[in-house]
Design a protein around this ligand. Sequence first.
Ligand code: F6R
Length: 615
Amino acid sequence: MCGIVGYVGGQSALDVVIAGLKRLEYRGYDSAGVAVLADGGLATAKKAGKLVNLEKELKDRPLPDGFSAIGHTRWATHGAPTDLNAHPHLDNAGRVAVVHNGIIENFAVLRAELATRGHELVSETDTEVVGHLLAESFSSCGDLADAMRQVCRRLEGAFTLVAVHSDAPDVVVGARRNSPLVVGVGEGEFFLASDVTAFIDHTRSAIELGQDQVVELRLGGVTVTDFAGAAAEVRSYHVDWDASAAEKGGYDYFMLKEIAEQPKAVADTLLGRIDTTGALRLDEIRIPASVLREVTKVVLVACGTAFHAGLIAKYAIEHWTRIPCEVELASEFRYRDPILDERTLVIAISQSGETMDTLMALRHAREQGARVLAICNTNGSTIPRESDAVLYTHAGPEVAVASTKAFLTQLVACYLVALYLGQARGTQTADEVRTVIRELADVPDAVGRVLQTMGPVRELARSLAQKDTVLFLGRHMGYPVALEGALKLKELAYMHAEGFAAGELKHGPIALIEEDLPVVVVVPSLRGQPILHDKIVSNIQEIRARGARTIVIAEEGDGTVEPYADHLIRIPVTPALLQPMVTTVPLQVFACELATARGNEVDQPRNLAKSVTVE
Ligand code: F6R
């Protein structure tokens, strides 16, 4: 949420910052702005709307260029997405410029205090107070990093801040609390960004910033301290993917590319976790087997699509480990005072590793003594840093706001954790684990085969572009898949879409069925519980009898559904517990195509942003 870039070096700072913002636009696209230190002063430009508006502004009214600059792409929290509320925000003398991601909770008090000292604040944002406070502190201490530390000590809430001052040439200063910021280290040039994609064209060498740290970039190097000014330990890392991973690679949208990358993402997430004998090796889970054996409850916390991964994981965890398992929306978790202790294993699932609701849930869990294992796609992000252990998914960068490949890899990671727990507790024999591992190794191929048969799904999606509502039904693991199908359609096609457990139909939702209403039904594998399969076939008949247009997702060879399916989407035969990894894929394609047919922006749906760093 909000993308931030800072640069000090020998290249055109404006070019570097604009290119970085393009890479970060998925984090917010309500407005964009830049500030550059040039000709001994500070030049800024900002525009409401997408980055192209700012680029046009810079073409019409070019700024002087320099070697240090900052930039911002906004997802609005305080104040409407207008030119005035766009970042950067300045002090009254126009000497300080600051960009911000997060929410400054005590901004109203600070604003009132600044007003008594004669400051005039012009925007509706919480951020503007920081520019004014920085200007005051800088005028007394003459050092921008020191001024930033003084200001941060007064702020409450979540913030990443990056600032420049016209009296501090070739210095860019950043700070972070509860919100992401990474440093890129090039040759004689340094970068700050919300994530590494912003500078991956220039360097793959990065530094993680810890909680409550201030970083100063100068041409001579990088200095990191805590908010009190004490030197901080610096953790460097190498980014193991290159710039092409963050490009569209010939696809019209990142989402299409990311859907197509799923077979590889699944295979990569399994890579290195299975030894030559076919046994499971998860050395990175540093929680001792003795502790895992004592676990009495597993709680999965996550948001949105990651929450749906958790709902699916519950079936596998309970089946393979016999440990009771709860799945909770991270945003609700801590407010209901959950019962946790040192024998509870909390699994926090997050693609970005920065989702504030999930972060707050895991902090609460740790305060209660629970162990927290993160399943995360973003190296060095806050959620894995604050967890007891982490299992990284290897989906590569996911840029489209709607999560696809990250979801499939979250499922892989959940299955691996479930098997690992089962292995540690003896509820799964080594042979049983090996069998599932072999089945998991077949999933990339199955997903690849689904992707090759998506032509009719696209055609069907286009034919439904004028509909107002689509319903999704499933049973057992197909139920969370139905929820995920509905979520994708809501966020991308802006249609009314609902997922239901098919058994609940008769308790209310069946009243929604009317003539020609599209209803997608996820049919469980014939290899699972036969009774489930039979029941959903009855449900299909019930809705069809009431006029629904049935869109049925069923395994190859399942002939029982044919008479009742107006549209039949075939998927390869897959073990019942792994089936969500293939049934989800047509639903992603369906939503993407329907959104395109309705003229919506697939990668940047309205009102949304990736990486939700506010509660
Ligand atoms: C939906 C989607 C969101 C995210 C949710 C959690 O397509 O992408 O629902 O899944 O915001 O994000 P992470 O996984 O980054 O914690």
